[in-house]
Design a protein around this ligand. Structure first.
Ligand code: SLL
Length: 152
């Protein structure tokens, strides 16, 4: 049977310290950080849209709405907040993939962490960037998916 090797995605997050210069208007006073969480293709290969249909990001429950449904590129959420919490990322595949959704999780650590020295370095930098590469494997893919992935 036909098999396609794992396709990979990035499941990353970035955050930055809000300053008087970059602070959006009308956000709660206790929000100290800006952040962005996103899913994108790794370098090369066919478009992520070949197999990825939409992405739901489930945020900390007090965000409104707590579930952000993104149905086209860029698959990302930009927000502000504080503290740290898990974002649950649900990946829905294109209909021709014939696969149930898959979930991945990412912990957004918005405040400095580690020992004092590490925290000091993080404060100075004012920016956190965390990118994790995940693999999605399509075992015995449908013919149509195979064609889209390989261009054959
Ligand atoms: C912590 N357990 O203490 C976590 C809670 C909650 C973060 C973090 C704002 C959400 C909103 C926000 O960032 N909450 O605006 O609804 O670290």
């Amino acid at each position: 049977a036909k098999r396609v090797k794992g396709k990979s995605i990035k499941r990353p997050f970035e955050s930055w310290t809000l300053t008087p210069e970059n602070r959006p208007a009308n956000i709660p006073d206790d929000h100290t950080k800006g952040w962005r969480v996103f899913v994108e293709n790794v370098e090369g290969g066919p478009s992520i849209r070949t197999w990825l249909d939409k992405v739901n990001f489930k945020l900390w429950s007090t965000y409104s709405p707590a579930i952000r449904k993104i149905d086209d590129e860029p698959f990302e959420v930009r927000e502000t907040g504080w503290g740290g919490f898990v974002v649950v990322i649900r990946l829905y595949f294109q209909p021709w993939v014939h696969e149930k959704y898959q979930e991945r999780q990412h912990f957004l650590q918005l405040e400095p962490y580690g020992d004092e020295e590490q925290q000091e370095r993080q404060r100075k930098k004012g920016k956190v960037d965390s990118r994790i590469v995940e693999y999605i494997e399509f075992n015995e893919p449908t013919e149509i998916l195979w064609e889209k992935l390989t261009g054959d």
